[in-house]
Design a protein around this ligand. Structure first.
Ligand code: ADP
Length: 447
């Protein structure tokens, strides 16, 4: 088993990882920027190392500083959390060269899944259903028009190096196509330094459904069911639930088995998420994330499995703690992402939390790194906490969520809590009747 884990992250996920390490009797090293001197993950860790000034590129993304922090503290493993360096293949390679365990997949698998065209090609080879589209990057406009004619309009032009919903353009007709190609290439070049684009059929009203997978790196793999993350704003997930209100047990079993078998064949190691768009009973692969996701607690709630424990086990070469047959899905869970943002405009709202009260009671979990008197720095993302609620069924889960949202108090900064208080009483949300466009329409007053 690894002995001392350096947590290369901040905020709620740093605390989440720290808790798992404590339970397993593993020492923890926090790293932090000068903006995070008073952060909870620094206070609760066994040791801490300051790795630089506030901007992420000088601290949480600064590979030499983080490797130096490992050397100073004697950490034998690094947990990258999500975001920052979690999907940076070079970081995984560098740790490997220093004899430090990266708690995550191999650098090769990170690299493959980080390139969307390569990821889609690999997924297809592994038997995962993909969105119809071009076989690879498309450089010629003539070729692009031919492919679009074949798959039929509307189509979407996407950046190969894409991320965060950038570099995507929809073309509804042949006339839109040249401009869509041009703007997608331009955006991709500016944002990612790589203007390669590819073409896909545009799905009009899909849901976002993702499958949690786990592999031991030696050819054993399991799936832990799905999460429905269709409630999004600007491609950012806002509310996630497990199971998906849209799937039957048979559909869950079918797509889960496809994903687990694919990870077995890939000899994937660690936690991964295979993301799909789901429309009219069909699944279409869009990407794979080779890390722990923000919304992993809903899966933990319905399976009872601690995904960070599992990551550490697998990284320590101890294999998976359960077989597929031993995984039992129980009840329903919902997560609300509480951001320090205006609930209508989503403008960030950093600053001091004057008063904080966390909800509690049966089936209620709060993953957060804030406390009363804490000042949210303006340098990082605005996620300040996650409220995760579990019930024996979706109705009980919603009742409990409504109650927990009544209890929680965060004063001093604006938060997205008012939005969740509206959503929990909304009829469509109550029925689980939403697609990936629902929330944007709702916010615009059209739903
Ligand atoms: P990113 O990595 O930039 O987030 P994704 O490929 O995961 O890019 O797509 C982000 C979002 O864009 C999806 O959740 C979906 O809302 C939309 N999208 C992507 N591909 C398609 C498609 N073929 N049809 C319809 N919507 C799509």
């Amino acid at each position: 088993m690894v002995k001392k884990v350096l947590i290369a992250n901040r905020g709620e996920i740093a605390l989440r990882v720290l808790r798992a390490c404590k339970e397993l009797g593993i020492s923890t090293v926090a790293v932090h920027s000068t903006a995070d001197n008073a952060a909870m993950h620094v206070r609760l860790a066994d040791e801490s190392v300051c790795i630089g000034p506030p901007p992420s590129r000088d601290s949480y993304l600064n590979i030499p500083s983080i490797v130096a922090a490992c050397e100073i503290s004697g950490a034998d493993a690094v947990h990258p959390g999500y975001g920052f360096l979690s999907e940076n293949a070079r970081f995984a390679d560098i740790l490997d060269a220093h004899g430090i365990t990266f708690i995550g997949p191999t650098a090769d698998h990170i690299r493959i899944m980080g390139d969307k065209i390569e990821a889609k090609r690999t997924a297809k080879q592994l038997g995962i259903p993909v969105v119809p589209g071009s076989a690879g990057a498309v450089t010629e406009d003539g070729e692009a028009l031919k492919i679009a004619d074949e798959i039929g309009y509307p189509v979407i032009v996407k950046a190969s190096a894409g991320g965060g919903g950038r570099g995507m353009k929809v073309a509804r007709t042949r006339d839109d196509m040249v401009l869509a190609l041009q703007t997608a290439r331009q955006e991709a070049g500016a944002a990612f330094g790589d203007d390669a684009v590819y073409i896909e059929k545009y799905l009009e009203k899909p849901r976002h459904i993702e499958v949690q997978v786990f592999g031991d790196g030696a050819g054993n793999a399991i799936h832990l069911g799905e999460r429905d993350c269709s409630l999004q704003r600007r491609h950012q997930k806002v509310w996630e639930e497990a199971n998906s209100p849209a799937l039957t047990a048979e559909q869950r079993e079918r797509i889960g088995t496809i994903c687990a078998n694919a990870m077995r064949d890939l000899k994937y190691r660690g936690a991964g998420t295979i993301e799909f768009l789901y429309e009219n009973g069909e699944f279409y692969f869009i990407e794979m994330n080779t890390r722990l996701q923000v919304e992993h607690p809903v899966t933990e709630a319905i399976t009872g499995m601690d995904l960070v424990h599992e990551q550490i086990r697998v990284a320590s070469g101890q294999g998976l703690s359960a077989t597929q047959e031993e995984i039992v899905f129980s009840g329903h869970a919902i997560e609300c992402r509480i951001n320090a943002e205006d609930a209508r405009t989503f403008a960030p709202s950093p600053g001091k939390i004057d008063y904080y009260h966390a909800p509690g009671g049966l089936g209620v979990r709060v993953d957060s790194a804030v406390y009363q008197g804490y000042s949210i720095p303006p340098f990082y993302d605005s996620l300040i906490g996650k409220l995760i609620v579990h019930g024996r069924n979706r109705t009980e889960c919603m009742m409990r969520l409504r109650r927990a949202l009544d209890e929680i108090v965060v004063d001093g900064v604006k938060t997205t809590l008012p939005l969740f208080r509206d959503l929990v009483d909304n009829a469509d949300v109550g029925k689980g009747a939403y697609d990936i466009h629902w929330l944007e329409k709702y916010l615009a007053g059209d739903a």
